[in-house]
Each structure stands twice: as C-alpha cells, then as structure tokens.
Design a protein around this ligand. Structure first.
Ligand SMILES: Nc1ncnc2c1ncn2[C@@H]1O[C@H](CCC(=O)c2cccc(C(=O)O)c2)[C@@H](O)[C@H]1O
Ligand SMILES: [Zn+2]
Length: 356
C-alpha cells in the first residue's frame, strides 16, 4: 500500500492547503466502483465469504493491498470483485462509495463500473442495474452527490466481454438511467485498442461518451489508438503521452482531458516515484489535467490526498487547486446547468477562503 499522506505541499503550510482541499467542492471522473470499496466494506464482505482469499482483518487487508506490479494489482482487484455476489452487496457497496465521496465534498462523480465482471459471476443483470440505480438516487437525495456511470470493458477478458458490455450499455431495456460513458480497463499489454472499435462505435451511436484507459502501462501509441480508433473524448491516465511531444500538442490543441491518477501510477508501478510523474509535463504542454484517485482504498489514498499530491508536484496554491477542480467540472459529462452550479460553488468557496 502506498502511503503518500506525508506529502509536503508548496510554500503554503500543507495543513492549511489540506484544510482548503477538504472543503473544496470537487468532481471526480476516474474512480472505479469496486476499486473504491472502503476497507470497512471489503472487510464486511470478506467476513460474509470466508472462502475468499481477501482478509477480513483491516490490518491484514492493508498488506493485501500492496502490489508488486500491475498484474498483481489486477489479481487483487478481481479477488475483491469475487466478494460482490448479490444485488444487495452491489447496493451497499455503491451507497458507501457515494458516502465516502460526499465526505470529500465531491459534488459529482463518474464511477467506472464493470458489469461484465459481476454478471459473469452470476449476478442477475437487471438486479445489478437496479442496485446501482437505487444507490445513485439515494446518494443524490441524502448526500447531494450526483453520480453517473461509465461501463467499461475488462479488455483482457476479450471480445466476449466487449460484446456483453456493449449489450448491457446499449439495450434500452437494461441500460441504467445514470449511464453516460463507455470505457476500457484492465491490462493494456497484449490488449491492443483497435479490436474494440466496433463496440465503441455501438456505444457512441447510443449516445455514450468514449473514455478508455490508455497509456497507463504501455506507450503513447495506445493513446493514439484510443483517440483515432475509439474516438476517446477523455483518456484514462495517458501517462506515457509525455514520451511523445506531438501527442501532447494534439491533446492540448484538441483540449482532450487526461484523467491523471498520481498515486495509482506509483502503486501499480506504472511510474517509479511521484517526483518522476509526468503531470508537470502535461501542464507545461497546456493539456487539460484532471486529478483523480482511481481505486483509492487499494492505493492508500483518497481524492483529497491526490489534490495535495498535485499541489506539491505542480506548486499550486488555493487558486491553482480551484482551477484543477474546475478542470474536472469542465471535462465532465454533467449538463451545463450542473457544471455552472458546481463551478460557482468552487469560486465562492475559494474567494471566501482567501478573504478569511
Ligand atoms: N488503474 C486501473 N487500470 C486499469 N483497470 C483498472 C484500474 N483500476 C481498476 N481497474 C479495473 O480493473 C478491472 C480489470 C478486470 C480484468 O482485467 C479482468 C481480466 C480477466 C477477466 C476479468 C473478469 O471479470 O472475469 C477481468 C477493469 O474492470 C477495470 O475497470
Ligand atoms: Zn482506472
């Protein structure tokens, strides 16, 4: 588990910046449904299923969430997926994830859900959709946090999973009201992006936005393929884009946002150290950077900590952090009125903080 909680900020006292961040209204665009299950939820589910290799003791769970490489991360991730066995498990997990987001003043989040991984493990598809929708509506009513869904293909599971995910995302009898986007996750090595073009074409034709992971564990060509073959409107991670100046210029010129997840990249060994993270190059090239947590409990972080990491790496003060938060609102698929509302909240909060 990566503990970046000791991340010193810039000149402004880290404590003050962390206090500012804690109250800053935010939007999160790259955060996984199962990957956000808190240690408490995972422990509770593991206790229900003693046959699982996931420890129910929170201490042991912290060690369990320590990864030697990306493939190991995926193994651990799937062992948590195995704990989700009923629509009630899904509803509980989703509601608790929403509570954790609301505690961080997340006003809007696009949660990446992998329905294939649950339906292939026997959860009824309509039961799954009803569970996430129940939790989404309860979260909005009780926490004021607006959730939308991204359905992603677990790419390593191949074209069978692509077909199933496209069907669940485009069949009006099944797709949930909160679905806004279509993605592609899992390992990139050995999983070239072009093969998924037909499925993204179907999703886009059904009105969904394309937001595949790319350039997390492979080079810039994967990002180019995501843009040209999958018509990506945003890129999950895009870490290796820094190796290709033409790609950086293209992303900046077309204002294609990167969903940057700093601590995730360290925890999965995609990047060696935070100081080597290319987020500085992205900002220097004029790329629209959003800050996200990916699988926060698994990586020993949360969104607020990711903002503190960004403040240190980019030398940001309160105004710079507010700009990051507004980048995520701009890059989101929330409607114009919703965007204006959250942007105004960010401005009011920041000006009040600076005047105090
Ligand atoms: N940082 C990340 N980068 C990439 N992905 C990430 C990240 N964090 C979380 N994920 C999620 O991990 C899952 C991976 C699931 C997967 O690979 C797989 C392979 C074979 C079979 C099955 C199955 O279900 O039978 C699943 C994806 O669904 C994705 O949404
Ligand atoms: Zn991810």
């Amino acid at each position: 588990m990566t503990d970046s909680s000791s991340v010193p900020a810039t000149g402004t006292d880290d404590r003050d910046l962390r206090t500012f961040i804690a109250g800053l209204p935010k939007a999160e665009l790259h955060v996984h449904h199962v990957g956000s299950a808190s240690p408490r939820i995972v422990s509770e589910l593991a206790a229900r299923h003693p046959d699982s290799k996931v420890p129910s003791d929170p201490e042991a769970l912290a060690d369990f969430f320590t990864f030697t490489d990306f493939a190991h991360f995926i193994d651990v991730y799937l062992s948590v997926v195995d704990l989700i066995r009923t629509p009630e498990d899904v509803r509980l997990l989703t509601y608790e994830v929403a509570r954790d987001l609301a505690r961080q003043q997340v006003r809007y989040a696009e949660l990446t859900v992998t329905p294939f991984s649950s339906t292939r493990r026997g959860i009824d598809e309509l039961g799954f959709m009803a569970a996430i929708e129940d939790a989404r509506k309860a979260a909005e009513a009780e926490f004021g946090t607006v959730l939308r869904w991204c359905f992603d293909i677990p790419g390593e599971a191949g074209l069978e999973s692509a077909e199933e995910t496209a069907r669940l995302a485009t069949d009006d009898r099944i797709r949930p009201e909160g679905l806004v986007s279509f993605g592609l996750g899992g390992p990139e090595i050995g999983v070239p992006r072009p093969q998924f073009k037909p499925y993204f074409d179907r999703a886009i034709a059904a009105g969904l936005h394309s937001v595949p992971h790319a350039g997390e564990t492979t080079g810039p060509q994967t990002v180019w393929d995501a843009l040209t073959e999958l018509r990506a409107e945003r890129i999950g991670h895009g870490t290796s884009s820094a190796q290709d100046p033409a790609l950086l210029a293209h992303l900046a010129e077309r204002r294609i946002p990167l969903e940057v997840c700093p601590t995730s990249n360290i925890a999965t060994r995609a990047v060696r150290t935070l100081d080597e993270h290319p987020v500085k190059e992205f900002v220097k090239a004029g790329v629209l950077v959003t800050i996200n947590s990916d699988d926060p409990p698994m990586f020993g972080t949360d969104l607020n900590n990711e903002y503190a990491v960004a403040a240190r790496l980019l030398g940001l003060d309160e105004r710079g952090l507010a700009e990051l938060a507004k980048n995520a609102v701009e890059a989101s698929f929330l409607d114009a009125a919703g965007k204006a509302r959250i942007t105004a909240e960010i401005d009011t909060y920041t000006s009040t903080w600076l005047a105090s």
